[in-house]
Design a protein around this ligand. Structure first.
Ligand code: HEC
Ligand code: HEC
Length: 356
C-alpha cells in the first residue's frame, strides 16, 4: 500500500457513511462470535477495534496526542565529558553516543566486525542500523530486535519496506516511517551484509515480562516509555508498558547490555498462552506450527519468543488492518483476522515471556 493508498484507506475507515473494512470485519467477527456463543467477549473487542490502533503499542500515551520529544532533545549534547560504563573499556561523549552515522559500540568484543551499513549507514539518508537496533541487534523497545532473524526473511522484509508493502498503521510514528526510507537507500549488498550479520547473532533474554496492576508513572521520548523519577504510579489499564530496566543506561548512554521490563495486565500471560497453544477455539491458529515449538523461528519464519511485545502487537495490528502486506504476510492473515486488541495484548504478553 503506498502513502496515498494508506491515507484513503484511513479515510474510508473514519467515514461513518461508508462502512470501512474495520466495520465489515467487525460485523463478520460478531456473526462468527454469535454462532460460537462468544458474543460478550468479542463485542467488547469490536468496540476497541473501531477506536483505531492501540496507542501504547505505537509509542503514544494517547490516541491523538502530539509527537513525543525526540530521544536526544533534552540531553546536553555539547557536553564534552566522556561517559564510561562498567564492563566497557571504551568511553564516548554524548555526541558520539547519539551519532546516527556511527553510534557508540560499547562492547565490540560481543560481535564480529560490523559491516559498514550497520556501523555507519550511508550519508545523508540511511542511518547506521546499529543506532536503533544496537550493534548486537537486540534493539530498543521503540524499534525492535533484529538479532537471529532468518536471512531469507530479513532480505524479504527489507524488500517489503522498500516497496511500501510494509507500513505502520499510525502515520505519526516517525521511527517506523524512516525504515521505508532506509530500505530504499540500501543497496542489495548492504541488505545481504546486514542480514548475514544480524542473522548470525544469537538471541538471549532481553525483556522481562511482569504482570502488574499499576506501573511507574511513565514519560515518553522518541516513542520510548520510561519511568519518571519519583515513586508515582499509574494504572496499567489495557496496555503493556515496556520501560528500560535502568532509565539512564538506556535513554542517555544507550547501553546495549541493559534490557527492558514489560509490565502486562494481571492474567494476560495465561490468556495468551491459551490462544497461542490451542488457537482459542478457532479464534486463531496455534503459532508453533509455523514459528517453531518454542516460537524460536523456523526456516524462513521469524521467531516471536522473547521479543518486544509492543512491536509484536503493532505487527499483528498492521497485518490485520492491511498496512503490512506481502507474500509471507498472507500466511498470517487467517491468524490475525479475528483477533481483538485484547487478544493481541495477551498473545504478546505470553510470547514475550518465552525464552526461545
Ligand atoms: C531510526 C531508527 C532505525 C534505524 C536507524 C534502523 N531501523 Fe530498522 N526498524 C526500526 C523500527 C522502528 C522498526 C519497526 C517498524 C515498526 O514498528 O513497524 C524496524 C524494523 C526493522 C526490521 C524488521 C524486523 C522484523 O522482525 O521484521 C528490519 C529487518 C530492520 N529494521 C533492519 C534495519 C537495517 C538493515 C537498518 C540499517 C540500514 C535499520 N533497520 C536501521 C527503526 C530503525
Ligand atoms: C501458517 C503459518 C503461520 C502461523 C500459524 C502463524 N504465523 Fe506468524 N508469521 C508467519 C510468517 C510466514 C511470517 C512472516 C510474515 C512476513 O513475511 O511478512 C509471520 C510473522 C509474524 C509476526 C511478525 C514478526 C516480525 O518479526 O515482524 C508476528 C508478530 C507473528 N507472526 C505472530 C504470530 C502469532 C502470535 C501466531 C499464533 C497466534 C502466528 N504468528 C501464527 C507464519 C505464521
Amino acid at each position: 500500500m503506498n502513502q496515498r493508498g494508506a491515507g484513503e484507506f484511513r479515510k474510508s475507515v473514519e467515514n461513518p457513511e461508508r462502512p470501512g473494512r474495520q466495520t465489515l470485519r467487525a460485523t463478520r467477527t460478531l456473526m462468527v462470535a454469535i454462532a460460537a456463543g462468544f458474543v460478550f467477549t468479542v463485542s467488547a473487542g469490536v468496540a476497541a477495534g473501531q477506536s483505531g490502533p492501540p496507542a501504547w503499542a505505537y509509542g503514544f500515551t494517547a490516541p491523538n496526542g502530539p509527537l513525543p520529544k525526540s530521544g536526544s532533545e533534552s540531553l546536553p549534547m555539547e557536553d564534552p565529558t566522556p561517559k564510561h560504563l562498567a564492563g566497557s573499556k571504551s568511553s564516548f561523549t554524548l555526541a558520539q553516543i547519539w551519532d546516527v552515522f556511527g553510534p557508540a559500540d560499547w562492547y565490540p568484543e560481543d560481535h564480529p566486525p560490523m559491516p559498514e551499513i550497520v556501523a555507519h549507514g550511508h550519508k545523508p539518508n540511511v542511518n547506521a542500523c546499529g543506532f536503533c537496533h544496537y550493534p548486537n541487534g537486540k534493539g530498543r523497545s521503540e524499534n525492535t530486535s533484529v538479532a537471529g532473524l532468518p536471512y531469507e526473511y530479513f532480505v524479504k522484509t527489507i524488500g517489503d519496506f522498500k516497496s511500501g508493502a510494509r507500513k505502520t498503521a499510525d502515520s505519526r510514528r516517525l521511527n517506523a516511517n524512516v525504515m521505508n526510507t532506509f530500505a530504499a537507500g540500501m543497496t542489495d549488498e548492504d541488505v545481504k551484509a546486514a542480514a548475514k550479520y544480524f542473522g548470525a547473532m544469537k538471541w538471549t533474554p532481553w525483556i522481562r515480562v511482569v504482570e502488574a496492576g499499576t506501573v511507574p508513572k511513565i514519560g515518553n521520548r522518541g516513542h520510548m516509555f520510561f519511568a519518571l523519577p519519583g515513586s508515582e504510579t499509574e494504572p496499567i489499564g489495557d496496555r503493556i508498558i515496556e520501560i528500560p530496566e535502568d532509565t539512564d543506561l538506556t535513554t542517555v548512554v544507550r547501553d546495549d547490555h541493559s534490557g527492558f521490563i514489560a509490565y502486562a495486565p494481571v492474567g494476560s500471560v495465561k490468556k495468551g498462552e491459551a490462544l497461542v497453544t490451542t488457537g482459542g477455539g478457532g479464534k486463531t491458529i496455534p503459532c508453533g506450527a509455523c514459528h517453531g515449538d518454542k516460537l524460536q523461528g523456523m526456516g524462513a519464519v521469524p521467531g516471536i519468543a522473547g521479543r518486544s511485545p509492543s512491536y509484536l502487537v503493532r505487527q499483528m495490528y498492521d497485518m490485520q488492518q492491511g498496512f503490512r502486506t506481502g507474500v509471507g504476510t498472507e500466511l498470517m492473515k487467517p491468524v490475525v483476522e479475528r483477533l481483538t486488541q485484547d487478544d493481541m495484548l495477551a498473545i504478546a504478553a505470553y510470547t514475550s515471556s518465552r525464552v526461545p
